[in-house]
Design a protein around this ligand. Sequence first.
Ligand code: NAP
Length: 287
Amino acid sequence: MAIILDGKKLAQKIKDNLKAQTIRLTEKGKTPGLAVIIVGNNSASRIYVNSKKRACAEIGIYSEEYALPEDTSEKELLELIEKLNKNSDIDGILVQLPLPGHIDEKAVINAISPGKDVDAFHPVNVGKIMIGDYDFLPCTPAGVIELINESGIDLEGKECVVIGRSNIVGKPMSMLLLHKNATVTICHSKTVNLAETVRRADVVVAAVGRAQLINGDMIKEGAVVIDVGMNRLEDNTLAGDVHFESCAKKAYAITPVPGGVGPMTIAMLMKNTVKSASLACSRGGVE
Ligand code: NAP
């Protein structure tokens, strides 16, 4: 049976560390601050926002929530972001996605000051990640790297297969694995022989959004299997993109859903917020 990579436990360790850093920053007069904006009534988004607020409270990060109605105009949202960009109490701005259809997500992401873009979605931050010279790492991929590190696996020279090529998970994930000197293959919906490609992998990262798409027959003996997927089933239970039982029989290490990548994403968001505050503190000459 595979080693279970416990994201909840590792996230707690990271948050405890951040708590200590936050105390030190607060003593220097710079309490980290995160503004979270949610537009509309998406119930999954509400759950994520609540988790992020809880994590802030636990660490001692000051947080502001802006819960805006579904019919908020793009202009109103951009004006709020502009105000938060200028607010020195706020070190991180997070706009919970998805946004209602009438709002252009790209325009909203581009409006966030790159220095406060703690999700690392802004093109400036994406470009910095590409060249390996960044302040903020994208939260979910960064959380995955931390989990792999915790498994004791050295990524150098490993065959890594990422399934999914979204801008928020698949693409940045592949880039972070490449920075670790892995050999990376990216699969997507047009990949011709997914099973065969995944079977080559020493490390599999599934970020697809299809419940249990990856099963044990596709896993090489001794592989590390990371499940980013969070799929709500008809009975309201949560399932990953990986069929846990069959994959765990073959894998060396595997993440569960829930309790794997999800808590790590939030811990990495907190890490970026504390880092942003720390950078602001240095710029202000306090540190
Ligand atoms: P997304 O934007 O919908 O992207 C899904 C990707 O999967 C696309 O690149 C798509 O290919 C590919 N794909 C779809 N069906 C496929 C198939 N049958 N075979 C191979 N590839 C296929 O999703 P996302 O935002 O990256 O999220 C992926 C999953 O991760 C979702 O379940 C989401 O809820 C979860 N998630 C979890 C966290 C966390 O903290 N745990 C954070 C973010 C996302 P094409 O590009 O060709 O369409």
